[in-house]
Design a protein around this ligand. Structure first.
Ligand code: BEZ
Length: 182
């Protein structure tokens, strides 16, 4: 059955630029991103690899390692080949895996649309704010903007937990400034 959000991410062994790895061991307490390119470099893939390399420091800041998938082991395990789109080439799926080894994000674009890696970084920031502070991000949120207190935290507890203040718009919609913003 196809993977869904919150499922345990399949473990695997792979040959990478970092040598032979076991995915779970390699991840350790880090966050991971998996995405796949067809082996023969296509024009869109080339731009994606270039963009990812340029953002290497941004991924490192968020404690996220990136690995390659040379023999489609990961592509097959994570269901990135969609036969109705192409029998051989992977679609542009991307997965974020948390330190708890659960699937946190799945995005699938068609092969002709290059992924937006700034959006991927933005979602990782959002996921990490939720994991660390029980905060969610509103539509179009950008780093530094106010965050939403998750419904599981009462307004009374939120006032104690977030010393920068809690703005109550509705009983279910409470904003607070980003705790770790400068
Ligand atoms: C590619 O560069 O991967 C690509 C371009 C056009 C259509 C499909 C894929």
């Amino acid at each position: 059955m196809a993977l869904r959000l919150g499922d345990t991410a399949p473990d695997f062994k792979a040959t990478t630029t970092e040598g032979e790895i076991n995915f779970y061991e390699y991840l350790g307490d880090s966050w991971g991103i998996l995405f796949s390119h067809p082996a023969d470099y296509t024009p869109v893939c080339t731009t994606e690899l270039g963009r990812t390399a340029l953002l290497k420091e941004e991924f490192a800041k968020r404690n996220v390692p990136i690995i390659a998938d040379e023999n489609k082991t990961v592509a097959n395990l994570y269901d990135m080949i969609h036969p109705n789109a192409s029998a051989t080439a992977t679609v542009r799926s991307l997965f974020v895996i948390g330190p708890d080894k659960l699937v946190k994000l799945m995005i699938t674009y068609p092969a002709s649309t290059g992924r937006n890696f700034h959006e991927v970084l933005r979602v990782i920031d959002s996921l990490q704010l939720t994991a660390k502070h029980s905060l969610a991000t509103p539509a179009n949120w950008q780093p530094g903007e106010d965050l939403i207190v998750v419904p599981a935290v009462s307004t009374e507890d939120a006032i104690k937990k977030f010393p920068k203040g809690v703005k109550v718009i509705k009983p279910y919609l409470r904003y607070t400034p980003q705790p770790d913003a400068q």
